[in-house]
Design a protein around this ligand. Structure first.
Ligand code: ZN
Length: 232
């Protein structure tokens, strides 16, 4: 796990798995932890990071219900969790799904945990979190430098493009953009990724939709094939 302080009051931890990000936002006497890291040692380190800074947790926030972002309770079992209405609805509609997916991933990785996951969830839901005081945007699974736009089961290309348009004014005034996967981005880099993603999405369902130069490895090509299927 990598831990970086973006500026006073903003710390980003990045999991070894999928570069999934967890952002700690501290302002005044409030501290929120946005999304989560993944492996038990990574999750176990989070309370110490807060303690070292002298911050006490106000609550957890979750940008969307994908299982790899909702593990914060494994670090802070008693914390309250804030989610968007769409995410809450999804968690209710698919009870146990995130917990099952976590178990399957742990089996793949030979990971054992002391506690099971109490919450659960999935996609086509969510929110971006704009911290005006810090000028930091935590945008969930958008604007990733390591993953192309991924239209999951209920994902829609038009909704994805609309979300990018809604995010744009925040990106423009941000000091930092923290994507759900990958390193924190300065706004120029985030806007460049946005342009690449818009060009890619607008070209779907063509198989020749342009994959960004830095995001066209084997795994990205698999995701691209899924996207082509889903938009046909
Ligand atoms: Zn994700």
């Amino acid at each position: 796990m990598q831990v970086v302080a973006l500026h006073e009051g903003v710390v980003v931890a990045r999991s070894v798995k999928w570069q999934t990000t967890c952002t700690i936002l501290h302002d005044g006497d409030e501290t929120f932890v946005v999304d989560s890291v993944i492996y038990p040692d990574e999750l176990g380190a989070l309370p110490g990071i807060l303690a070292q800074a002298g911050w006490s947790l106000s609550g957890l926030l979750v940008t969307h219900g994908d299982w790899d972002h909702v593990l914060g309770r494994l670090s802070f079992p008693d914390a309250s969790v804030g989610v968007a209405e769409t995410t809450a609805a999804r968690l209710r509609a698919e009870p146990g799904r995130a917990a099952r997916q976590l178990r399957a991933a742990d089996e793949d990785d030979y990971v054992q945990r002391e506690r099971p996951l109490p919450a659960d969830g999935h996609t086509q839901d969510g929110m971006a979190i704009w911290s005006a005081g810090h000028r930091v945007l935590c945008c969930g699974d958008y604007l990733s430098p390591v993953e192309i736009p991924w239209l999951q089961e209920q994902g829609s290309r038009d909704a994805y493009l609309a979300t990018l348009r809604r995010l744009e004014p925040y990106v423009q005034q941000a000091d930092w953009v923290v994507p759900g996967h990958g390193t924190p981005l300065d706004p120029q880099r985030a806007l460049a990724i946005m342009r690449e993603d818009v060009a890619y999405l607008e070209a779907l369902p063509s198989e020749d939709a342009p994959l960004p130069l830095t995001r066209r490895d084997r795994r990205m090509k698999e995701i691209h094939r899924d996207n082509v299927e889903r938009t046909r």
